[in-house]
Unconditional design. Sequence first.
Length: 134
Amino acid sequence: MLRVEHIGIAVNSLAEAIPIYEALLGSPCYKKETVTTEKVETAFFQKGETKIELLESLTNTGVIARFIEKKGEGLHHIAFEVEDIRAEMQRLKNEGFTLLSEEPKPGADQKLICFVHPKSAHGVLVELCQSVYP
């Protein structure tokens, strides 16, 4: 793992959350993106090397909608940048971690992604991210 790539925060409404995070961080949202594979709309902020990703569900049955229904808005995941996502997935499987998919899939910000089950990481959903275009 190279570094923390971003912190994902589940929100009910990007329209409501974006101005709050712009004021909190003193920085504008630099990009919004729809990720159809995850059924979410995302908004990104950057402060120094730290990125924050806000996630709003596109459906009331999506992963983010179900998360908010169970736990409320808030911290959803922490993402780590990796150099070779397939090698990192295999390494983690060999270490006994449970992955939520067998293959990486397209994610936001031109990344390939894979999630590690929260039960494998003391309740924290971990995302692996590899840049498709370095």
